[in-house]
Design a protein around this ligand. Structure first.
Ligand code: 13P
Ligand code: SF4
Length: 349
């Protein structure tokens, strides 16, 4: 696509969100990135949270964590450029070790991934021997390597059910754990909070949780929902399952980033509010101009916002920043991620 073609497409989608002068500049960057991408035999994967101009111009594939890891596992390109955060790029490397995996910004982390260490997991396993460990993909490769199976927000319930056991350790997101415990009919305990829990405290159908939280989703409150509904009684509210169970219960729908996008596409509400990273509302509106999205944009993910077109261009030019996972860690983490990819989702209605 020429600069002019990209500019025309971006203008069509983003004229309400991004000023013209910026669209021209971004179209030039995107065109150079797309040229280099072909020259270097690279694939660009873009998470749904990417800023609108990037999201609508350079990814070969866009999606949620699960979709992007499935694509990373199958690609035949030499280079994977991951426009997302580090744990996502690491998952791509775990699944495709022979590829060069690049992340455009070194600092793109995640508060959940920073909220637990491999040693924390080893201590929990020692405290609850034989209890399977389900780990959210928003974790380091070292933590995945200590786990039996991974999950994402789109398949967490299916993964827990697939184990067919009463008691599971579910790490590290407190709120996702609480939401999954409710959906799977489990009582939840937090040994790090009570300090003394051990096998004796386990009752039937228990989930053992951890105390990490997403710094973005933990900020949404039931009061926010009440205020918005008062002002816009016809609003349909969607919450990511990293929000608190109270916020999820007060919302109309909860799902992964892609599940929320699909839900908005398939429904016909007068207006929507997404309780998640704000760029996603802009991205949905750009592809579905007939949808009316309210915005709560004071809450942003600083890590996802590290990824820019400028840095993606430099990533391809300089082959930076290369994501590496030590082989001994990778093979153990691979088992947990691959086992997750084998879980068959329950047919949704
Ligand atoms: P999804 O897997 O739903 O895209 O979520 C990733 C994430 O980091 C949400 O904050
Ligand atoms: Fe991590 Fe939260 Fe940002 Fe997602 S939104 S990448 S969970 S900090």
């Amino acid at each position: 696509m020429s600069v002019e073609d990209i500019y025309t497409d971006l203008k069509l989608k983003l004229h309400d969100v991004v000023p013209d002068v910026e669209l021209r500049y971004k179209a030039e960057l995107a065109s150079e990135i797309n040229r280099l991408k072909v020259e270097r035999n690279a694939v660009i994967l873009g998470h749904n949270y990417m800023e609108p101009a990037l999201f609508h111009s350079i990814p070969d594939y866009a999606g949620d964590s699960l979709e992007l890891s499935r694509i990373a596992a199958k690609t035949n390109r030499d280079i994977i450029v991951f426009c997302g955060v580090r744990f996502m790029a690491e998952t791509a490397k775990i699944l495709s070790p022979e590829k060069t995996v690049l992340i455009p910004a070194k600092k793109a982390g995640c508060s959940l991934a920073d909220g637990i260490t491999a040693e924390d997991v080893r201590q929990l396993k020692a405290k609850f021997p034989g209890v399977p460990v389900v780990t959210y993909v928003n974790t380091s490769a070292e933590v995945k390597a200590e786990s039996d199976i991974c999950c994402t927000s789109s398949n967490a319930v299916d993964v827990v059910r697939s184990l067919n056991v009463d008691t599971v350790i579910f790490l590290p997101d407190e709120y996702l754990a609480r939401n999954v415990a409710r959906e799977t009919g489990r009582h939840i305990i937090f040994p790090t909070r009570t300090g003394g829990a051990n096998d004796d405290t386990l009752i039937d159908k228990t989930m053992i949780g951890w105390h990490a939280r997403c710094e973005v989703h933990e900020k949404f409150t039931v009061d926010d929902i009440r205020d918005v509904r008062k002002q816009f009684p016809d609003v349909l509210i969607l919450a990511h399952p990293e929000c608190s169970p109270e916020v999820v219960a007060a919302s109309d729908y909860s799902g992964s980033t892609t599940q929320m996008i699909t839900y908005v596409r398939r429904t016909d509400a007068p207006r929507y509010l997404l309780l998640t990273e704000c760029s996603m509302g802009d991205n949905i509106m750009a592809s579905n101009p007939e949808k009316n999205m309210l915005r709560l944009c004071s809450v942003r993910c600083p890590h996802m916002n590290e990824i820019t077109l400028e840095d993606t261009l430099e990533a391809l030019k300089q082959t930076r920043y290369i994501v590496e996972v030590p082989e001994e860690i990778r093979v153990r983490a691979y088992r947990a991620v691959e086992r997750m990819l084998q879980v068959v989702p329950k047919a949704s209605d």
